[in-house]
Design a binder for this molecule. Structure first.
Ligand SMILES: Cc1cc2nc3c(=O)[nH]c(=O)nc-3n(C[C@H](O)[C@H](O)[C@H](O)COP(=O)(O)OP(=O)(O)OC[C@H]3O[C@@H](n4cnc5c(N)ncnc54)[C@H](O)[C@@H]3O)c2cc1C
Length: 520
């Protein structure tokens, strides 16, 4: 279905049903659902999968307790229902987390928190997570890291997610159902010709022209730019770009619970156990006008995040403690709210379907938590133009790759892996099942001892895993591997990272040599 632009488009080739622009969570979620309904799908992502907003989140699958304050009942209800579904279909990369919300009289009265949590417990219907409850901080271990002036807290439940892995797993399942997923491939131009879209895409080898009956603009923070500059199509809808940043510091409290702190500016900041040895602290809400690809945390955000947690923790966190940071741009639907924290987190789908022409759907806003339902809504909107997308949704109960953990769930899968591969340490087996679920067995393969897994780059990352990520998960660079496929960048020192770079260089060279030998 690809053709060389210098030779024009081969009209005899069947157009794709859908060309999806953007390999963030919304693009891959739509690709998976559409491919599973029998549509032919091409997805292009200009960089790596999840290389922008979808790996820069707070990594929560949550209803969004604070959105209740903005009366976002539709969104919170949908997100709470999705939380239950996602916990069930991806139990390896999504798991429950309890949150401690200390009561601070200066910000919100206790009755307001109690009422919000009552709604949170009930809006989503049946829930498997524990319901909220009050605790005395002087009597409960969760109070230990907190300053003594905080006496009472509420504890409630949500989910946490390995966000970039959720993206990759959706892409893998889309591929398994026939979708063509191309990373490092950019949509350069597209126009409507003879009832379909004719699009020019570009990768390292040059440009190609493809045709598709429908175009999905899932470009996240670039959604408006694609409409305006790439497609020259007007829309009344606008996106509001809001930067959010996180800092990572050495673990600053014991226990598996997270904390949600209320700030005097009425914003909330999370402190979440992260990667065993660390604490993740975020986030901020800063209007962003520059290129979304250039987003970085600013010094005053680091200070703001430290101050926010220092109001609550006994042991101070300082900017000098920060070992890693990341920032992302939320592509929010612009509802004309005055301040960035108040802009709706709900999504809007905009369809442009002139009769007899290729259909276009653009996505404004959305949460990682609601991506699956957003994909269903998107296909419902496209189905009148593309009947292949009609029919019942199927993604609510089908596990994502590796998510079929079987009876006993996560812990028993870890025990099975250790029994099958006794040379793995408890930490390594835990990490492999957490990241890959039942696909961990593919990585371990026929290895009979540790050496069979190949070079060890540190933090448990071995050549066998790296090869798997390249072969199965579109990983190309050390950054893809260290920060998005695994989060081992936090655990592997400079020497280990340099060895990984050398390993990847040697692999690339071997591929080049074998290609030129074949050509010769
Ligand atoms: C700080 C922060 C915290 C958040 N926390 C949470 C949370 O805890 N829970 C939650 O549910 N949600 C959270 N969110 C929201 C969530 O991360 C986003 O809504 C979601 O990731 C958006 O996904 P997306 O696919 O629309 O955009 P993206 O992930 O940005 O994907 C869009 C992709 O389009 C690609 N693209 C753009 N132009 C082109 C082109 N011309 N050709 C090819 N590709 C192109 C880009 O490279 C990009 O990868 C958070 C967001 C932020 C910023």
């Amino acid at each position: 279905m690809l053709s060389d632009p210098s030779r024009g488009v081969n009209a005899a080739q069947q157009p794709y049903d859908l060309l999806i622009v953007g390999g963030g969570i919304n693009g891959v979620g739509i690709a998976r659902d559409a491919a599973g309904r029998g549509a032919s799908v091409l997805l292009v992502e200009q960089h790596d999968l999840a290389s922008h907003t979808s790996s820069a989140s707070t990594k929560l699958i949550h209803g969004g307790l604070r959105y209740l304050e903005y009366y976002e009942f539709r969104l919170v209800r949908e997100a709470l229902i999705e939380r239950e579904r996602l916990l069930a279909i991806a139990p390896h990369i999504i798991w429950p987390l309890s949150f401690v919300l200390p009561h601070s009289r200066l910000v919100r009265p206790a009755w307001m928190l109690r009422m919000g949590l009552f709604l949170y417990d009930h809006l989503g219907g049946r829930m498997t997570l524990p319901r909220s409850r009050g605790v005395r901080l002087d009597r409960d271990p969760v109070g230990t890291p907190l300053r003594p002036e905080y006496r009472r807290a509420f504890i409630y439940s949500d989910g946490r997610v390995l966000d970039s892995r959720l993206v990759v797993l959706n892409a893998m399942d889309a591929r398994a159902k026939g979708a063509d997923i191309r990373t490092r491939t950019r949509l350069v131009a597209a126009r409507r010709v003879d009832g379909v879209w004719e699009a020019t895409i570009e990768d390292a080898s040059g440009q190609q022209v493809v045709r598709a009956r429908g175009l999905v603009n899932a470009a996240g923070p670039w959604v408006e730019r694609i409409l305006r500059d790439t497609l020259a199509i007007g829309t009344s809808k606008q996106v509001r770009l809001v930067k959010g940043s996180h800092i990572v510091v050495p673990r600053c409290f014991e226990g598996e619970q997270a904390y949600i702190f209320q700030n005097p500016d009425r914003r909330i900041v999370f402190a979440i156990p992260y990667e065993r040895d660390f604490t993740l602290i975020g986030t901020t809400d800063i209007p962003w006008a520059a290129d979304p690809g250039e987003v970085r945390i600013a010094d005053d955000e680091v200070r703001y995040l430290c101050e926010s947690v220092n109001r609550y923790f006994r042991k101070a966190v300082t900017p000098e403690d920060v070992v890693w940071t990341y920032a992302g741009v939320r592509p929010l639907y612009d509802d004309a709210a005055q301040n960035a924290s108040a802009v709706t987190r709900d999504y809007v789908l905009d369809v442009d379907a002139p009769p007899g022409e290729g259909v276009l759907l653009s996505i404004f806003g959305g949460k990682i938590t609601t991506y699956r339902r957003l994909a269903e809504h998107a296909l419902e909107k496209l189905a009148p133009s593309l009947p292949v997308l009609g029919g019942a949704g199927w993604t609510a109960s089908r596990p994502l790759p590796g998510g079929d953990l079987g009876p006993g769930g996560f812990e028993s899968a870890v025990a099975r892996l250790r029994a099958d591969a006794p040379f793995l340490s408890a930490d390594d087996a835990w990490r492999l099942v957490r990241n890959y679920g039942t696909l961990a067995w593919e990585i371990v393969g026929t290895a009979r001892n540790r050496a069979d897994l190949g070079e060890d780059f540190g933090g448990g990352l071995t050549a066998r895993e790296v090869d798997y990520l390249i072969a199965q998960e579109w990983a190309v660079t050390a950054e893809d591997i260290l920060w998005r496929r695994s989060r081992q960048g936090l655990h592997i020192d400079g020497a280990g990272q340099a060895r990984l770079e050398r390993y990847l260089d040697a692999r690339r060279e071997a591929v080049r040599d074998s290609r030129s030998a074949m050509a010769g």
